[in-house]
Ligand binder design. Structure first.
Ligand code: GRF
Length: 202
């Protein structure tokens, strides 16, 4: 399975996928694409001897124009799977539909709770006792695609967003590589906005 990973920042999830499945179990990360030229994830990719590209938004560029350039960069790698790993851009419907059923995202909350940004602080403010991360198929509605796998963490009294984010991150690094392996093994499908593992609806 040829995998392209899209990043904007640190790329710790990219690192987890490199460490746990790159070059193994049918997973080959063929490219890493960033919208930020200084994303640390690009350094991680270079250390892993993985090709990289940057697609940087131009001043005044429309979303559709940017996404068209992003498609061109992705298609250069001929991937079977697109993995969003901290890619901090909202994608157009046309882009998402092009990769429907073959694009994954990880979101730092127990979806459907806390879509969007700032999830850790919002979970603390809401008095949640549990929080976590979700891997899901990407559909046009933001953070609303079918969930494949979640990991839960406790929220302790006195937690701040940084501490909680760290606890969640650790879990992200366990679940994202696992889901990528499932996809590569052909075990994971999306049909009518529902996710299936080994033919069973999740
Ligand atoms: C993660 O918290 C992920 O859930 C969110 O963006 C962050 C990316 O972190 N989508 P990293 O760049 O993988 O370290």
């Amino acid at each position: 399975c040829r995998v392209v990973v899209l990043i904007s920042g640190s790329g710790s999830n990219l690192q987890a996928i490199i460490d746990q499945c790159h070059g193994r179990q049918g997973v080959e990360i063929v490219g890493v694409i960033s919208n930020k030229p200084d994303a640390y994830g690009l350094v991680r990719a270079h250390h892993g001897e993985i090709n990289t590209s940057c697609v940087i938004a131009r001043k005044g560029e429309k979303r559709a124009e940017y996404d068209a350039r992003l498609v061109a960069a992705i298609e250069a790698y001929q991937p079977d799977l697109v993995v969003l790993a901290g890619f901090m851009r909202i994608l157009t419907e046309g882009f998402v539909n092009r990769y429907l059923g073959r694009m994954l995202n990880i979101h730092p909350s127990l979806l459907p709770k806390f879509t969007g940004l700032d999830t850790h602080q919002r979970a603390i403010d809401a008095g949640e006792t549990e929080h976590g991360a979700s891997v899901h198929f990407v559909t046009p509605e933001l953070d609303a695609g079918p969930v494949i796998l979640q990991a839960k963490v406790p929220v302790y009294e006195g937690d701040d967003a940084t501490v909680l984010a760290e606890r969640v991150h650790e879990q992200e690094h366990a679940i994202y590589p696992l889901v990528v392996k499932w996809f590569a093994a052909g075990r994971l499908k999306m049909r009518d906005e529902l996710a299936y593992l080994d033919g069973e609806q999740i």
